[in-house]
Ligand binder design. Structure first.
Ligand code: SAH
Length: 285
């Protein structure tokens, strides 16, 4: 059961929309917006503004469908993602659709999971738009590798554990594990956050250990972060591959000493039921 917005919150949103001069969503333009990792409350005010103003919304599989109920009546909703067992829409087709809708005079919202410029191919779409002479705006979102980890009680940085972070993807354009400098990843970065890496988790762990990373380094897999299906496995680098075999996508992998705080900071499971925030199952391996 959702708790309705209090009147103070409604007033604040209305004031933001009216007084704080949110940018006009012009006809024949495209906004590439991030929807956040799952919890619809994590969309930004600009993202909401775009949803309310769009004539057409092209959305990805990972966005929360509740957000689509916020579009204005009559707006076109176009699915542009990959569903289990089906082929994904071709990137060229998505870009061509964005260009075509904008050329037809529509206000086009391209709604993507997380942040559009983090492992989301947003740049490819933006390049297609600018090359076609279409005006566009980027609306950043909360990325899974930061906000999703926060929902699992894993701080991206702490002064005691890490002064830097590296984000990697487990997939290159052809679906293979990219050719990383494993020595550098093992030694130069105290915390590694891996997107799209479940299928290659075992190889990632093996290569990091072979390059000198301690096998007992804490590691975690967070699945469906910030959704009602959120689950978390807290483990070690040497057991990461084993844990990945039972983890469900979408999942973020994090490796580093910051994960050692995950149990103390596991705020989501300490919330009293019933509540509206996502629940979480945790297993410690
Ligand atoms: N642009 C997105 C990332 C798209 S790539 C962002 O900024 O978050 C898709 C990958 O993101 C997934 O394979 C997974 O690694 C991660 N991801 C997206 N949503 C997630 C979620 N709710 N929980 C865990 N991982 C998620």
């Amino acid at each position: 059961m959702a708790i309705p917005l209090r009147s103070a919150e409604r007033t604040a949103i209305a004031r933001l929309a009216e007084g704080l001069s949110l940018p006009k969503f012009a006809k024949s333009s495209v906004w590439l917006a991030g929807a956040g990792p799952g919890d619809p409350g994590l969309i930004t005010v600009l993202g909401l503004h775009a949803l309310a103003g769009a004539d057409a919304v092209l959305y990805d599989a990972l966005i929360n469908p509740a957000l689509l109920e916020l579009v204005r009546p009559g707006a076109d909703l176009i699915f542009a993602g990959k569903r289990r067992g089906q082929k994904s829409c071709r990137q060229a087709d998505i870009s061509a659709t964005l260009v075509g809708l904008a050329c037809a005079g529509k206000r086009v919202l391209r709604l993507k999971g997380g942040d559009p410029f983090v492992f989301g191919r947003g740049a490819e779409e933006a390049l297609a738009l600018t090359r076609a002479g279409i005006t566009f705006r980027i609306v950043p979102g909360v990325t899974a590798g930061i906000g999703g980890l926060a929902y699992a009680g894993i701080p991206l940085t702490t002064r005691d554990t890490n002064h830097s972070v590296t984000f990697i993807t487990g997939h290159d354009a052809s679906g293979h594990l990219p050719q990383f400098d494993w020595q550098a990843l093992a030694h130069a970065t105290p915390v590694l956050v891996a997107y799209m890496a479940l299928a290659h988790a075992e190889e990632i762990a093996e290569r990091l250990i072979a390059a000198g990373r301690a096998p007992h380094t804490p590691a975690a897999i967070v699945s469906a972060a910030s959704t009602e299906r959120q689950s978390r496995q807290v483990t070690t680098l040497s057991r990461l591959g084993h844990a990945a075999r039972t983890a469900q996508p979408p999942a973020i992998i994090v490796i580093g000493e910051n994960v050692s705080l995950a149990n103390e900071l596991d705020w989501l499971t300490t919330l009293p039921p019933p509540q509206d925030s996502p629940r979480q199952t945790t297993s410690v391996l």
